[in-house]
Design a binder for this molecule. Structure first.
Ligand code: SF4
Length: 290
Protein backbone atom coordinates (compact mmCIF):
# COMPACT_ATOMS: atom_id res chain seq x y z
CA UNK A 1 0.00 0.00 0.00
CA UNK A 2 1.30 3.46 -0.91
CA UNK A 3 0.53 6.36 1.43
CA UNK A 4 -0.80 9.48 -0.38
CA UNK A 5 1.01 10.63 -3.54
CA UNK A 6 4.56 9.37 -3.52
CA UNK A 7 7.08 12.25 -3.67
CA UNK A 8 10.50 11.75 -5.24
CA UNK A 9 13.38 14.10 -4.42
CA UNK A 10 16.48 13.81 -6.62
CA UNK A 11 19.79 15.23 -5.39
CA UNK A 12 21.20 17.98 -7.62
CA UNK A 13 24.71 16.74 -6.86
CA UNK A 14 23.98 13.12 -7.88
CA UNK A 15 26.46 11.70 -10.37
CA UNK A 16 29.79 12.53 -11.97
CA UNK A 17 32.20 14.82 -10.18
CA UNK A 18 34.83 16.96 -11.85
CA UNK A 19 37.58 14.32 -11.50
CA UNK A 20 35.56 11.47 -12.99
CA UNK A 21 34.22 13.58 -15.86
CA UNK A 22 37.75 14.75 -16.60
CA UNK A 23 39.15 11.18 -16.57
CA UNK A 24 36.48 9.94 -19.00
CA UNK A 25 37.07 12.89 -21.33
CA UNK A 26 40.84 12.19 -21.25
CA UNK A 27 40.22 8.48 -22.00
CA UNK A 28 37.80 9.14 -24.88
CA UNK A 29 40.02 11.84 -26.40
CA UNK A 30 43.07 9.54 -26.17
CA UNK A 31 41.14 6.70 -27.83
CA UNK A 32 40.30 9.01 -30.76
CA UNK A 33 43.94 9.96 -31.23
CA UNK A 34 45.68 6.62 -30.61
CA UNK A 35 45.06 2.94 -31.21
CA UNK A 36 45.32 0.30 -28.46
CA UNK A 37 44.28 2.39 -25.45
CA UNK A 38 43.86 0.68 -22.07
CA UNK A 39 43.21 1.83 -18.51
CA UNK A 40 45.30 0.49 -15.66
CA UNK A 41 42.59 -1.27 -13.66
CA UNK A 42 39.11 0.26 -13.83
CA UNK A 43 39.34 3.97 -14.70
CA UNK A 44 36.58 4.77 -12.18
CA UNK A 45 34.64 2.74 -9.61
CA UNK A 46 31.53 2.07 -11.65
CA UNK A 47 31.37 -1.34 -13.40
CA UNK A 48 28.60 -0.32 -15.83
CA UNK A 49 30.46 2.80 -17.05
CA UNK A 50 33.72 0.82 -17.23
CA UNK A 51 31.87 -1.71 -19.45
CA UNK A 52 30.54 1.12 -21.64
CA UNK A 53 34.10 2.41 -22.12
CA UNK A 54 35.26 -1.14 -22.91
CA UNK A 55 32.65 -1.27 -25.69
CA UNK A 56 34.27 1.91 -27.07
CA UNK A 57 37.56 0.01 -27.09
CA UNK A 58 38.99 1.43 -23.82
CA UNK A 59 39.52 -1.73 -21.78
CA UNK A 60 41.00 -2.14 -18.29
CA UNK A 61 44.13 -4.26 -17.81
CA UNK A 62 45.71 -5.23 -14.51
CA UNK A 63 49.07 -6.52 -15.65
CA UNK A 64 50.51 -4.47 -18.50
CA UNK A 65 54.04 -5.94 -18.45
CA UNK A 66 53.82 -7.90 -21.69
CA UNK A 67 51.97 -5.20 -23.58
CA UNK A 68 53.67 -3.40 -26.43
CA UNK A 69 52.91 -0.31 -28.51
CA UNK A 70 49.92 0.65 -26.45
CA UNK A 71 48.78 3.59 -24.32
CA UNK A 72 47.93 3.16 -20.66
CA UNK A 73 45.67 5.60 -18.82
CA UNK A 74 46.27 6.05 -15.10
CA UNK A 75 43.02 5.86 -13.09
CA UNK A 76 41.39 8.68 -11.10
CA UNK A 77 42.39 7.48 -7.63
CA UNK A 78 46.06 6.93 -8.41
CA UNK A 79 48.58 4.09 -8.20
CA UNK A 80 51.53 3.46 -5.90
CA UNK A 81 54.71 5.40 -6.52
CA UNK A 82 56.78 2.24 -7.11
CA UNK A 83 54.24 0.87 -9.61
CA UNK A 84 54.31 4.13 -11.55
CA UNK A 85 58.13 4.15 -11.54
CA UNK A 86 58.16 0.57 -12.84
CA UNK A 87 55.73 1.49 -15.62
CA UNK A 88 57.85 4.49 -16.60
CA UNK A 89 61.02 2.37 -16.67
CA UNK A 90 59.29 0.03 -19.16
CA UNK A 91 58.80 3.08 -21.38
CA UNK A 92 55.07 2.54 -21.68
CA UNK A 93 53.06 5.41 -23.11
CA UNK A 94 51.29 6.70 -19.98
CA UNK A 95 48.43 9.20 -19.89
CA UNK A 96 47.70 10.68 -16.48
CA UNK A 97 43.99 10.81 -15.57
CA UNK A 98 44.58 10.94 -11.80
CA UNK A 99 42.20 13.46 -10.24
CA UNK A 100 44.12 16.64 -9.30
CA UNK A 101 42.60 16.47 -5.79
CA UNK A 102 44.06 13.00 -5.31
CA UNK A 103 47.35 14.36 -6.68
CA UNK A 104 47.25 17.16 -4.08
CA UNK A 105 46.87 14.63 -1.24
CA UNK A 106 49.80 12.62 -2.67
CA UNK A 107 51.96 15.78 -2.85
CA UNK A 108 51.14 16.63 0.78
CA UNK A 109 52.08 13.15 2.00
CA UNK A 110 55.36 13.40 0.07
CA UNK A 111 56.11 16.90 1.41
CA UNK A 112 55.19 16.17 5.04
CA UNK A 113 57.14 12.91 5.26
CA UNK A 114 60.03 14.63 3.45
CA UNK A 115 60.00 17.18 6.30
CA UNK A 116 60.17 14.31 8.83
CA UNK A 117 56.52 14.35 9.83
CA UNK A 118 54.67 11.14 10.68
CA UNK A 119 51.53 11.29 8.58
CA UNK A 120 48.13 10.07 9.66
CA UNK A 121 45.95 9.23 6.66
CA UNK A 122 42.29 9.14 7.60
CA UNK A 123 40.74 6.63 5.24
CA UNK A 124 39.90 3.08 4.28
CA UNK A 125 43.03 0.90 4.61
CA UNK A 126 42.16 -1.29 1.64
CA UNK A 127 41.08 1.42 -0.81
CA UNK A 128 43.49 1.83 -3.78
CA UNK A 129 43.69 5.61 -3.25
CA UNK A 130 44.84 5.11 0.35
CA UNK A 131 47.29 2.34 -0.60
CA UNK A 132 48.76 4.74 -3.18
CA UNK A 133 48.90 7.61 -0.63
CA UNK A 134 50.83 5.40 1.81
CA UNK A 135 53.38 4.63 -0.90
CA UNK A 136 54.29 8.32 -1.11
CA UNK A 137 55.11 8.39 2.61
CA UNK A 138 58.32 6.34 2.64
CA UNK A 139 57.15 4.20 5.57
CA UNK A 140 56.15 7.20 7.72
CA UNK A 141 52.34 6.91 7.33
CA UNK A 142 49.69 5.41 9.55
CA UNK A 143 46.20 4.78 8.18
CA UNK A 144 43.42 5.50 10.65
CA UNK A 145 39.88 4.29 9.99
CA UNK A 146 38.41 5.48 13.28
CA UNK A 147 39.57 7.21 16.45
CA UNK A 148 40.17 3.87 18.23
CA UNK A 149 42.99 3.13 15.77
CA UNK A 150 44.91 5.97 17.45
CA UNK A 151 45.01 4.22 20.82
CA UNK A 152 48.46 3.08 21.86
CA UNK A 153 50.14 4.88 18.98
CA UNK A 154 53.16 7.07 19.55
CA UNK A 155 53.57 9.33 16.58
CA UNK A 156 56.25 11.63 17.99
CA UNK A 157 56.35 15.45 17.91
CA UNK A 158 55.83 16.13 14.22
CA UNK A 159 52.46 14.87 13.10
CA UNK A 160 50.71 15.68 9.85
CA UNK A 161 47.19 14.66 8.87
CA UNK A 162 45.58 14.18 5.46
CA UNK A 163 42.41 12.43 4.37
CA UNK A 164 41.24 10.07 1.68
CA UNK A 165 39.54 12.48 -0.73
CA UNK A 166 36.15 10.77 -0.37
CA UNK A 167 36.14 10.43 3.42
CA UNK A 168 33.08 11.19 5.53
CA UNK A 169 33.60 14.82 6.63
CA UNK A 170 31.95 14.30 10.03
CA UNK A 171 34.18 11.31 10.75
CA UNK A 172 37.28 13.22 9.62
CA UNK A 173 36.46 16.08 12.03
CA UNK A 174 35.77 13.65 14.88
CA UNK A 175 39.13 11.87 14.41
CA UNK A 176 41.02 15.18 14.09
CA UNK A 177 39.43 16.46 17.33
CA UNK A 178 40.49 13.29 19.14
CA UNK A 179 44.01 13.41 17.66
CA UNK A 180 44.49 17.11 18.52
CA UNK A 181 43.98 16.35 22.24
CA UNK A 182 47.23 14.40 22.23
CA UNK A 183 49.11 16.03 19.34
CA UNK A 184 48.28 19.72 19.80
CA UNK A 185 50.68 20.87 17.09
CA UNK A 186 49.50 18.41 14.48
CA UNK A 187 49.36 19.99 11.02
CA UNK A 188 46.00 19.11 9.53
CA UNK A 189 45.11 19.20 5.84
CA UNK A 190 41.52 18.47 5.04
CA UNK A 191 41.99 16.86 1.62
CA UNK A 192 38.38 15.75 1.25
CA UNK A 193 37.33 17.13 -2.11
CA UNK A 194 34.51 19.65 -2.59
CA UNK A 195 32.49 17.17 -4.67
CA UNK A 196 32.45 14.73 -1.75
CA UNK A 197 31.51 17.39 0.82
CA UNK A 198 28.65 18.72 -1.35
CA UNK A 199 27.27 15.24 -2.11
CA UNK A 200 27.38 14.17 1.54
CA UNK A 201 25.75 17.38 2.74
CA UNK A 202 22.91 17.25 0.21
CA UNK A 203 22.36 13.50 0.73
CA UNK A 204 22.03 13.89 4.51
CA UNK A 205 19.61 16.82 4.09
CA UNK A 206 17.40 14.79 1.78
CA UNK A 207 17.63 11.62 3.91
CA UNK A 208 16.39 13.49 6.99
CA UNK A 209 13.14 14.28 5.18
CA UNK A 210 12.20 11.12 3.28
CA UNK A 211 10.95 7.63 4.17
CA UNK A 212 13.31 5.83 1.80
CA UNK A 213 16.65 6.80 0.30
CA UNK A 214 18.07 5.17 -2.83
CA UNK A 215 21.84 5.53 -3.31
CA UNK A 216 23.07 4.58 -6.78
CA UNK A 217 26.66 3.66 -7.53
CA UNK A 218 29.34 0.99 -7.80
CA UNK A 219 29.52 -1.49 -4.92
CA UNK A 220 33.29 -0.89 -5.19
CA UNK A 221 32.91 2.90 -4.97
CA UNK A 222 34.18 4.41 -1.69
CA UNK A 223 32.27 7.67 -2.04
CA UNK A 224 29.00 5.81 -2.83
CA UNK A 225 29.46 3.60 0.23
CA UNK A 226 29.98 6.74 2.33
CA UNK A 227 26.74 8.26 0.98
CA UNK A 228 24.94 5.04 1.90
CA UNK A 229 26.41 5.08 5.44
CA UNK A 230 25.41 8.73 5.94
CA UNK A 231 21.84 8.29 4.65
CA UNK A 232 21.10 5.15 6.65
CA UNK A 233 21.69 7.10 9.86
CA UNK A 234 18.56 9.11 9.06
CA UNK A 235 16.23 6.81 7.14
CA UNK A 236 15.79 3.43 5.50
CA UNK A 237 18.40 3.32 2.72
CA UNK A 238 19.16 1.00 -0.21
CA UNK A 239 22.40 0.93 -2.20
CA UNK A 240 21.97 -0.25 -5.79
CA UNK A 241 24.17 -0.24 -8.88
CA UNK A 242 21.41 -0.27 -11.48
CA UNK A 243 17.65 0.09 -12.01
CA UNK A 244 17.07 -3.65 -12.23
CA UNK A 245 17.87 -4.00 -8.51
CA UNK A 246 14.89 -1.85 -7.42
CA UNK A 247 12.12 -3.82 -5.76
CA UNK A 248 8.48 -2.74 -5.66
CA UNK A 249 8.27 -4.14 -2.14
CA UNK A 250 10.56 -1.37 -0.84
CA UNK A 251 8.04 1.30 -1.85
CA UNK A 252 5.11 0.02 0.16
CA UNK A 253 3.86 2.18 3.02
CA UNK A 254 6.09 5.12 2.24
CA UNK A 255 5.27 8.68 1.20
CA UNK A 256 8.57 10.04 0.00
CA UNK A 257 11.77 8.84 -1.66
CA UNK A 258 15.16 10.48 -2.02
CA UNK A 259 17.60 9.60 -4.80
CA UNK A 260 21.30 10.33 -4.86
CA UNK A 261 24.31 8.80 -6.60
CA UNK A 262 28.05 8.50 -6.14
CA UNK A 263 30.58 10.66 -7.96
CA UNK A 264 31.34 7.88 -10.46
CA UNK A 265 27.73 7.07 -11.37
CA UNK A 266 26.88 8.16 -14.95
CA UNK A 267 23.75 10.18 -15.74
CA UNK A 268 22.36 7.38 -17.92
CA UNK A 269 22.18 5.00 -14.92
CA UNK A 270 20.60 7.69 -12.70
CA UNK A 271 18.01 8.32 -15.44
CA UNK A 272 17.20 4.60 -15.69
CA UNK A 273 16.73 4.40 -11.91
CA UNK A 274 14.57 7.52 -11.90
CA UNK A 275 12.38 6.10 -14.70
CA UNK A 276 11.99 2.78 -12.88
CA UNK A 277 11.02 4.57 -9.65
CA UNK A 278 8.38 6.54 -11.59
CA UNK A 279 7.05 3.29 -13.12
CA UNK A 280 6.81 1.63 -9.70
CA UNK A 281 5.16 4.78 -8.35
CA UNK A 282 2.56 4.71 -11.16
CA UNK A 283 1.87 0.99 -10.60
CA UNK A 284 1.38 1.46 -6.86
CA UNK A 285 -0.85 4.51 -7.29
CA UNK A 286 -2.95 2.63 -9.85
CA UNK A 287 -3.37 -0.35 -7.53
CA UNK A 288 -4.36 2.04 -4.72
CA UNK A 289 -7.19 3.49 -6.84
CA UNK A 290 -8.38 0.06 -8.02
S1 SF4 B 1 35.41 12.34 -5.83
FE1 SF4 B 1 36.73 14.15 -5.61
S2 SF4 B 1 38.81 13.33 -5.56
FE2 SF4 B 1 37.49 11.69 -6.36
S3 SF4 B 1 37.61 11.94 -8.57
FE3 SF4 B 1 35.85 13.13 -7.87
S4 SF4 B 1 36.63 15.26 -7.57
FE4 SF4 B 1 38.38 13.86 -7.66
Amino acid sequence: MIKGNLKVKIAKTAGFCFGVRRAIEIAEKTAKEKSKVYTLGPLIHNPQEVNRLAREGIKPVNSPWRMKDCTLILRTHGITESFEQKLRSKKLDLVDAVCPFVGRAQDLVRKLTGDNYKVVIIGDKTHPEVIALVSYGKGRCKVIEDKYDLKGLNLGDKVGVVSQTTQNLKKFKEIVKFLKKRYKNAVVYNTICRATIDRQSEASNIARNVDLMIVVGGKNSGNTKRLYEICRKYTKTRHIEKAGELKQLWFRNIKSIGLTAGASTPDWIIKEVENKIRKIKATLEKSKKA
